[in-house]
Design a protein around this ligand. Sequence first.
Ligand SMILES: Cc1cc2nc3c(=O)[nH]c(=O)nc-3n(C[C@H](O)[C@H](O)[C@H](O)COP(=O)(O)O)c2cc1C
Ligand code: SF4
Length: 676
Amino acid sequence: MTVANPYPHLLAPLDLGFTTLRNRTLMGSMHTGLEEAKDGADRMAAFYAERAKGGVGLIVTGGIAPNLQGRAYPSAAQLSWPWQVGHHKPVTDAVHEAGGKIAMQILHTGRYAYHPLAVSASRIKSPISPFKPWELGRFGIAKTIRDFANCAALARKAGYDGVEVMGSEGYLINQFIASCTNHRTDAWGGEFKNRIRFPIEVVKAVRKAVGPDFIIIYRLSMLDLVEGGSTWPEVVELAQAIEDAGATIINTGIGWHEARVPTIATSVPRAAFAWVTKRLKDANVVKIPLITTNRINTPEVAEQVLADGCADMVSMARPFLADPAFVNKAKANKADEINTCIGCNQACLDHVFEQKLASCLVNPVAGRETELKFIPTARKKTVAVVGAGPAGMATAMYTAQRGHAVTLFDAQEELGGQLNIAKQVPGKEEFYETIRYFKRQLENAKVDLKLGKRVDAAELKGFDEVVIATGIQPRSLAVPGGDHPKVLSYIDVLRDKKPVGKRVAVVGAGGIGFDVAEFLTHEGHSLALDLDGWLKEWGVDASYERGGALTLPQPAPSPREVVMLQRKTSKMGAGLGKTTGWIHRAALKNKRVQMMTGVEYLKVDDAGLHIRVGDKEQVLPVDNVVVCAGQTPLRKLADELAAMGKTAHVIGGADVAAELDAKRAIRQGAELAASL
Ligand SMILES: Cc1cc2nc3c(=O)[nH]c(=O)nc-3n(C[C@H](O)[C@H](O)[C@H](O)COP(=O)(O)O)c2cc1C
Ligand code: SF4
C-alpha cells in the first residue's frame, strides 16, 4: 500500500539550480568532539552516514576553523592545508554512498576563542571567554578572508557538496557586524555598510574559490538578543548583500552565546523563532532559499512552519542526534516511532562544553555508531526487566530488538517511572515524547508488558537473565518533625498533586529541587506552550524596535512564595547542566524565589521550618516543606535474588541514585542490552 505524502512541504525536493536536495530538511551544524578525536574520521563517517541513510536532505558538519586563531580552543579542528583533506574523505564518501549530501561549516570563533591568540574586530573581551582578543589589522583581515576561501576550496577537494559560512551566534563575523563589538574607525567599522564588508568579502572570496556549482550556506544572525545587536533593517540589508555576494542559501542564526535568553533549551517553545525567518521571507527582498531553525523537533511542526511560509527549508540539529531515521519515519507515516529530541542538552551541548563527545540522552548510540551495536542474537534468551522507568524501558527495547524474549514488569500502571514526574514540570512537557517513543517501540519489539504487577523474586527465578531497574525512593528529612503533616516529598507534589500552601520551603537544590520550585511558582498553562507569553517572560521584543530585539522581561506572577535551601555553600544548582543551569536560576529569580545556601535543618513544627545559617537560628514560617534531598536505591529484589543464588543485573537509579539521571539510566540500559 502506498502512503500518501504526509508532509508535502517538508518532503518536497529543493532545486538549487546546479543540484537538487531530496527534501527540505537540513541537519544543522553540531560540533560533536569527533572532529578532534583520534579515531574521529571513521566515527564521523559512521555517524553522518547513518543520518544520510535516514533520509535527511542536507547535512552540515560541526564548525571547522579556517585558521589557527579561529579555533575554539587550542586543539580544535582546522582545515587549512591539503594534507588535511584525507581526514575528511571517509566522511564525504560515506555520506555519498548512503545517498546523502553534506556541507562543511567554516567557523571562526573570534573573541569566543579560549586561547590567547583570539582575534576580533575590536579589542573587546567577551563575557564568556577570559581571553581579551587582539584587534585584527588590515592585513590580518585580508588574510582571514583568504583563509576562509582556502578552507572552502579544500572542503570542495575533500568531497563536500558545500560549505556553511558561520556568520551568527556572536562569532567573528557577527563581531564585525554588530556595533557593540566593532568599534573600528577604518573601512571595516563605523557605519553599517562598513561593518558588513567583512562577511560580504568572505562570501565573495569563498564563491570565487569554489566555483558556481557548489552550495554556500550563510548562517545569518537574524536575532542577536544582545544590547547593541543588529536592527531589523540591518538584518534585511545584510541578507540582500549576502545573496548578491554569491550565497546559495541563507540559514537563520538565533542569539549570541553570551545572550541571556534561552534559545534551545527544553522550556523554549517549539519553533519559537520561526517568526524571525518569516519576517525576512515576508520582506521579499531575497530570492535564495531561507532556512529556519531552533526547537523544531517533530515532522508536524516542521511541516507547519513551511506551510505557514516561514521558510523554504527547516534546520533540525539535535533531532537528528535523537533519531537518525527521522525523515524516513516521517515519509513512511510513522512519526509516532520517532525518538524525539526533548531539548535537554544533557548529552549533547553539555558534553561539548565539558570537552566530552556529544551524544544524546534519548539515543545513546549517537556518536557511538561504531561501538554500540545491537547485533541480532544467535541464542534467544528469556529476559525479565523489572521497572519500566528509563533504564528498564531502554533495556527492554534494545534487548527485544536483538531477538530475545523480554518481559517488562512495573508495579505502576503506566510506563515511564520518574519520567512521568518530570513531564509534570512546566517546561518539561517534552518528556511525554520519550515515554511515547518507548511505548511504541516496546510494542513493535513485542515486549511482554506486565504493568500494575509487583513481581517477587520467586517469579523471576526461571528467567535466563534478570534486570533490576526498580529505581529509587526519595530520602526523607531526618530531623525532629520530619514526619510533620507540613512535610511533603517531591513525589507527593509532582505525581500525587497533594495540596501545597502559599508559603513553601524547598529543601535541596539539585535538579528535582529546581523542578519543584518551577512547578510551585507556575499558575495556569506552561509558557513552553505559549510563545507570546514566553517571549514576554524573557524580554524578547517580537516587534524588533531596537537592535538585538530585547525589551524588559515580564515574568508571570507566582502563586506562591518559595524559598529554596541547600546545605552546601556552593552556588545553587551547581550540579545542573552547564548550558541550562543559568536558565533555571534566572527563571526562579524572575519569580522571586529566595535562595539560601549553607543551611542546617533543625526541626519542623507548626511554626514552620527551623534552620541555622552560620550561627543564626531562624524559623521560616512556611505552610509546607517539600523535601528534594536526594534518593536511595530500591534494590530489595536484587538482594532477594542474590540470597536465592541468582545474580541479577542492577541498573539505573537502583544501581546508583545520587541524583535522578535519565541520561545514565538509558545509556546503561542500552549497554547492558548490547551485551546480553
Ligand atoms: C552539541 C551541539 C553543537 C553545536 N555546534 C554548532 C556549531 O559548531 N556551529 C553552529 O553553527 N551551530 C552549532 N550548534 C547549534 C545548532 O546548529 C542549532 O542551531 C541548535 O542546536 C538549535 O537547533 P535544534 O533545536 O534543531 O537543535 C550546536 C548545537 C549543539 C546541540
Ligand atoms: S541530549 Fe537532549 S537535547 Fe541533546 S539531542 Fe538528545 S534529547 Fe536532544
